[in-house]
Design a protein around this ligand. Structure first.
Ligand SMILES: O=C(O)CCC(=O)C(=O)O
Length: 264
């Protein structure tokens, strides 16, 4: 007989296959959530106007990039076994971290993004190539800029900007992914998605642990971005997840391109 936990696991796995995303409730214990929030606040204040500049800055949002280098709290986040199990469901067993970023939709009408697919990449004949995980640091509500997704589009092999007259506009089939602070959304990143407008007076914060198949370049080349002192303390498992000893990744990242789904 199935236990309720087993049924939940199956339900999440089915939704991820069918819709291209699924919510994992309560993955971050309160003490961990608080530690992450407070580390993020410190980095945002240290970096000031430069925040996010290792990757890209976004009007309407505060972004931070290269977070594995900026706090030991983030090492357990990118190697969380439950999350990695679902990432493997999307990408197969051979994947690596593409980047770990933070994004907060500005209060008072900030945060709207066009529908996009991450890195602009589509699935290919070997399967899916990208998978994102959104770690909710605040509740995601219909008012505060929760992520919208268009269920099922991960199998369309089309980009929204190529078929929609205006990818900023609402899509008739889009749904808002709401949840509680501490939840994690696993999203096949070929699913059309984007941040929505934050109509509240408080920020809406989340981390994005983004993974790619081994034959895809990292969005942020970890070997170049992580300081030596960080690289040296990482376990063999983390080194593998970050592709620090991976000649194929070195080759793929040599061009230095850092692709976003929509940011220039
Ligand atoms: O923060 C969100 O709601 C989605 C962010 C996103 O899709 C992105 O920055 O590419």
């Amino acid at each position: 007989m199935l236990t309720s936990e087993r049924m939940d696991i199956d339900k999440i796995a089915d939704q991820l296959n069918r819709d291209g995303y699924a919510l994992l409730p309560g993955l971050m214990p309160p003490s961990y959530l608080e530690a992450v929030r407070s580390r993020i606040a410190a980095i945002v204040s240290e970096e000031g106007d430069a925040a996010g500049s290792e990757f890209k800055q976004e009007p309407g949002a505060v972004r931070l990039a290269n977070l594995v280098d900026k706090g030991e709290e983030f090492e357990q986040l990118v190697s969380n076994p439950t999350v990695l199990g679902y990432v493997a469901q999307v990408l197969g067993p051979d994947f690596k971290l593409g980047s770990l970023n933070y994004r907060s939709a500005h209060p008072n009408e900030g945060g709207l993004q066009p529908l996009h697919v991450d890195m602009g990449l589509l699935a290919d004949d070997s399967g899916f190539r990208t998978c994102n995980t959104i770690w909710l640091l605040d509740d995601f509500t219909p008012e505060n800029g929760a992520t919208r997704v268009v269920p099922g589009t991960h199998t369309s092999r089309q980009r929204p900007q190529d078929t929609m007259p205006d990818a900023n506009a609402p899509h008739p089939d889009e749904v808002l992914v709401t949840g509680k602070a501490g939840d994690v959304v696993v999203m096949n990143a070929h699913t059309w998605h984007g941040g929505t407008t934050n109509h509240t007076t408080r920020e809406r914060r989340a981390l994005h642990g983004f993974y790619v198949r081994r034959d895809v370049p990292q969005q942020q080349y970890q070997k170049k971005l992580l300081r030596q002192e960080t690289q040296q303390r990482l376990s063999p498992d983390l080194r593998r997840i970050l592709a620090l000893d991976d000649p194929l990744n070195d080759e793929l990242c040599a061009s230095g391109t850092q692709l976003s789904g929509f940011l220039k």
